[in-house]
Every structure is written in C-alpha cells, then in structure tokens.
Design a protein around this ligand. Structure first.
Ligand SMILES: Cc1cc2nc3c(=O)[nH]c(=O)nc-3n(C[C@H](O)[C@H](O)[C@H](O)COP(=O)(O)OP(=O)(O)OC[C@H]3O[C@@H](n4cnc5c(N)ncnc54)[C@H](O)[C@@H]3O)c2cc1C
Length: 558
C-alpha cells in the first residue's frame, strides 16, 4: 500500500465515509492496541476503520510508565520469551520513531536486606544477553562517587552496590497518535468520540457495529467483514454487547503514578528504588519538565471509566521516595499531579495481580467477534502482526487481490516518514531554519522531538499565522502553532485532547493556569472556527473534568 501524503484529518469527513462505506476490518478502540492493528492491516492493503468512545489514547495508553522496555520484572518472573520479544520490539520502535523513543540510563542502587548487588548484576547481564545484537547500550557497575554524581540525594546508609542499565522512554499518548496518523496515511479511516453500543448481525454473524457519534448526538452503522475488539480494560463490556452472558476474561489492575516538580529531586538518571512495602521496584523517572514516580499494582473492581489514585496508593509511593531520598522530606504538596491507569490483564488463578502474565490473549466469539487484550505498549506492533495474520488469510480469500499476507510494519517509519535525526539536528540546518522562520533553534529541536518529519508542517503554520511561535504556557516548550496543527492534522477536537494527549501540558499541572487555557483554546479554536463562547465552554469542560488526576488526594496523601 502506497503511503499517502500527510493531510488534514477532519472528523466530520471521516464519520461521513465511515457511515457510508463497507470495510474489511473495523476496530473498536483507539489505544495503542487498536492503533497498531489499524496500521498493520491498512499497510497490508486492507480497508480499515477505527473508532474510539473517547479520545485516541484516552484509556490506559496515556497512563503508562512510558517505558519502551523488555521489563526487568518479567525477567525476574522467568518470562524469558516475553522479555526477549519486548527487547526486539524496543529496537524496532527505536528505529521507526527515533524522535519519540529515547535511550535512558537507569540506576539500580542495592541496600543491605533489599536486593543483592550480585543478583541485580546477573539479571542485568541476562537482560543484555536477551537483547542480543539490538543492544547498543550495555549495563555496568558504578563506583560510589559515580552513583552520587548522578543522584546526589540518594540514600547512602547500608548501600551495597550500584549498577546502571539502559532502556527506552517515550511519550505514550503521542506514540498512539503517531501510529494512528501513520495508519491514516496508509488509508485507514478513524474517528474519536464514536462509541460502539451494539452489533449488526446477518444470521448469527457480526457484519457491523452500531456506533454513537457522541459529539453530534447521532448514530450510524459501520459495516465490516470483520470486527476487532481492542477496547483494553473494557474488553468484556464490548464482548457482552455481542453475547450478554459472555464470562469475564479481564482482570483490571490499577497502576498509579505521582508527578513531581523536577527541581525537587536532583537526579541526572532514572532510578529503580526497592519498595519499602514489598519486593517490587519503583521507577523514578526524570521526564522533560517533571519527575514521574510509579507504579502501584492492585486489583480494581470499581467503575472502569475513571480510576482514581487513592490515599493508600500515594502513601505507598511517597514512603519509598522518602526512604531512598532521606534528606528531601517529600510531602503531598510537592506533587504536581497524579494519574491512574488500568492494566487489561487476562484472568488467571494468581493471587496477586503483579504476578499475572503481561502477554496478550486473543478470543473469538461464535458470531465472529475477535477480541484482543493484555500485552504492553512496547509490544503493540508484534501483537498487531499476530492478530492481523489470523484474519488476513480469511480476508484475502474474500478480496482475492492486492492484500499482503505478511506484515510490513517493521519497516514503516512513524512521524511522517524516515528521519535522519543527526541531519535534522545538525547545527547548520537548525541555524538556517531558525533564520528562515525567525524562531529559536531550541523550538525547532522541540518540534522535531514531538512530530518527527512533520515538524515542517508546524513551521509552515508559524509562517502563516501571527504569533503562532509564541509559547502556550510559561516555562513549557509548547507553542500556539502546535495546537493549530493538532486540531487540523491529529483530530484534537476538544481542549483536553490537546492538553492531555497531544502535548504534555496537562502532566505539568496547568489546570489552573487561566492564561494557558485561554491561549490554547484560542489556538485550537483557529483549527475548528470556535467562537469566543465555544472557547469558554471548552475551558469550562476541561476545568470540570478530572483528567489530570486528583491533587486533593495527593495533598492529603502524607
Ligand atoms: C500503570 C501502568 C503502567 C504501564 N507502563 C507500561 C510501560 O511503561 N511500558 C509498556 O510497554 N506498557 C506499560 N503498560 C501497559 C500498557 O500501557 C497497556 O498494555 C496498553 O496501553 C493497553 O492499550 P490498549 O489499547 O489495549 O488499551 P487502552 O489504551 O485502554 O485502549 C482501549 C480503548 O478502547 C476504547 N473503548 C472502550 N470501549 C469502547 C467502545 N464501546 N466503543 C469504542 N471505543 C471503546 C477506550 O476509550 C480506549 O481508548 C502500563 C500499564 C499501566 C496501567
């Protein structure tokens, strides 16, 4: 399938075509799993539709720890196949989105009565070995002075050793958006705020989805030869639209993160801290303007749409932070924001959710609905490949020509096409672009790291709009042109879509920053033609929503 040029993505047009045409594959769920399937199938030449009841990446896929990793913990649980596969996917993703997936060092200090240094070293040696030739960054032991240079406030008492290993980090929701945009460039049609509420059947076979357009309060029928349920933690709810008695397959597990100001914790590397409560490791991740700390892993039995961090979750994380940084004395008020996500784990007899396998499972109903759940952000590409392999043979028979039975996503670049980062970031290139568009070189670097080769579209918007190079929030790199771009090219149709998932502004705790909200609403409004009243309504909606996590719980936390 030939890749189309990067074009504006208008939701109304997409919905109009979705309701009119018949598709080979219709996907319910625009998290990383559904996005990956849409890209794999569209790139093979299948006619693909994807819908999400909220914004793309609005579910678990924007609430992760943001690691593209093999998973040291899975190694400890002897899930060698999963670790090996995830390490291979880490390498592939680094090559397909080098602007968005970055290598990052992780310190592993060990203490008496906690993990032994020898055990950690053996684990890291095996981790490097499993990564094989894709491993460009190998772990090493650190001397005390090297450790404290990287993390001066770290606990010194009872220290028995330290190592540093390497994994990758990403911006999870931007990864989903980039995969969806790439699927669209390969011909997929997509719509957010479009909920599946029933199935259309011929005989007993599913031949379409009944969809509610939640922004226009209308419904339509999405016709397709094959329907895929990639709705994550909502998987059972969607299966029960097909067969109300379908037994539950998913075991939701909640994971909470704290977001702290970067200036509060002085560290030049990510850290794995042993939890003071159990045998788990807690990640402490300096990430752009903030430090992310997580995560918890507890069974969750409440309503799935709005998981909240609770006092006990916050205390669990703060206790370990205060143990590993004994001098800082972190309290609830140091927390900028919090977020909670739900892992769509597959049910198992394990007593503790943290012991449940992270591998994905695929189930097929008698009426032909194929559901996929579990897995990881890191392994989305190979999960999609396996699922589409399963349906491709059947669909190839129906369509007979023009479809590849093999996945080709391993060679597809995200972010608009291959990007030679070294060339793009070359000083001479930056200087000449900086002169041409009259912007600071640091803005160009920021745009490249957010949008890949499509940063050029944003420079073009800057050239066309007055003041579009101006920041949206003091101290953050995001500019007005990005909101205009996201409205036009990324289907950001609500203020929160841009603040929470197209940019990191939400994670930096700007809910009460009126100037930022007004400027963002005005910029996004340029893409959608919003009146002043519509902009104000967007701000009110955003302020009233709980997307950013519960700060009051955090303040009470300790
Ligand atoms: C705390 C935490 C930390 C994690 N950290 C990492 C990590 O660092 N690295 C890693 O690799 N993995 C990590 N994971 C795992 C990873 O985030 C998940 O496996 C992945 O995001 C799941 O994606 P998904 O697309 O299956 O689900 P989701 O992202 O939840 O997407 C499902 C989508 O389906 C939509 N939907 C539901 N019902 C309907 C309907 N009726 N109609 C239309 N749409 C519907 C939802 O709105 C949602 O957007 C973490 C998970 C958690 C919870």
């Amino acid at each position: 399938m030939q890749r189309r040029p990067h074009e504006p993505l208008f939701r109304d047009q997409q919905i109009e075509t979705l309701s009119r045409e018949t598709f080979d594959l219709a996907i319910i769920g625009g998290g990383i799993t559904g996005a990956g399937i849409a890209l794999d199938a569209a790139a093979r030449g299948l006619k693909v539709a994807l819908i999400d009841k909220g914004d793309f990446a609005g579910g678990t896929s924007s609430k992760s720890t943001k690691l593209v990793h093999g998973g040291l913990r899975y190694l400890e649980q002897r899930h060698f196949r999963l670790t090996r596969e995830a390490l291979r996917e880490r390498a592939l993703l680094y090559h397909s989105a080098p602007f968005l997936v970055n290598w990052c060092g992780f310190l592993v200090p060990t203490y008496r009565d906690k993990y032994s240094h020898t055990r950690v070293e053996i684990g890291l040696w095996l981790y490097d070995l499993l990564a094989r030739s894709s491993n460009t960054h190998r772990h090493h032991s650190l001397e005390k002075n090297q450790l404290f240079n990287l993390a001066p406030q770290l606990r010194r008492r009872d220290l028995t050793g330290a190592s540093q290993y390497f994994d990758c980090m990403t911006q999870d929701s931007r990864l989903v958006i980039e995969v969806i945009k790439t699927a669209v460039e390969h011909g997929a049609l997509v719509a957010n705020y479009a909920a599946a509420f029933g199935f259309f059947k011929q005989g007993h076979e599913i031949k379409g989805i009944e969809v509610a357009d939640l922004l226009r309060n209308t419904t339509f029928l999405l016709r397709a030869s094959q329907v895929i349920n990639a709705s994550g933690v909502w998987c059972d709810q969607v299966r029960q639209l097909d067969f109300p008695e379908a037994p539950a397959k998913i075991r939701p597990s909640k994971g909470v993160h704290l977001v702290l100001q970067r200036k509060k914790i002085s560290c030049h590397s990510a850290i794995l801290a042993p939890s003071v409560h159990d045998g788990r490791f807690i990640f402490i991740l300096p990430w752009h303007e903030v430090v992310i700390v997580g995560t918890t892993d507890t069974d969750f039995e409440k309503e799935l749409d709005h998981p909240e961090p609770e006092k006990a979750d916050i205390a669990y994380l703060l206790d370990t932070l205060n143990w590993i940084f004994p001098e800082i004395g972190l309290e609830g008020r140091d927390i900028v924001t919090t977020y909670a996500g739900l892992r769509p784990l597959i049910q198992s007899k394990k007593a503790d959710s943290k012991d449940v396998s992270r591998e994905e499972a695929i189930f097929e109903s008698d009426s032909g609905l194929i559901s996929i759940a579990g897995g990881k952000l890191t392994t989305f590409r190979i999960m999609a490949e396996r699922l589409v392999n399963r349906v491709a043979t059947r669909l190839v028979k129906l369509k007979s020509t023009g479809i590849s039975k093999k996945s080709n996503t391993a060679g597809i670049s995200l972010g608009g096409g291959p990007i030679a980062l070294k060339n793009e970031l070359f000083k001479q290139n930056l200087d000449s672009l900086s002169r041409e568009y009259q912007v600071d070189p640091s803005l160009i670097i920021h745009l490249i790291k957010q949008y890949g080769i499509n940063y050029r579209e944003i420079l073009q918007i800057i050239a066309e709009h007055n003041e579009a190079e101006r920041p949206l929030a003091a101290g953050l790199p995001f500019v007005q042109a990005e909101a205009i771009y996201s409205g036009r090219y990324e289907m950001a149709v609500q203020l929160q879509d841009f603040l929470e998932r197209r940019s990191r502004i939400g994670l930096c705790g700007r809910r009460a920053d009126t100037a930022c909200l007004e400027l963002t609403a005005a910029s996004l409004g340029k893409a959608h033609g919003w009146t002043k009243t519509e902009q104000e309504a967007q701000i009110q909606n955003y302020s009233a929503s709980g997307q950013e996590g519960s700060r009051s719980e955090a303040e009470d936390g300790r």
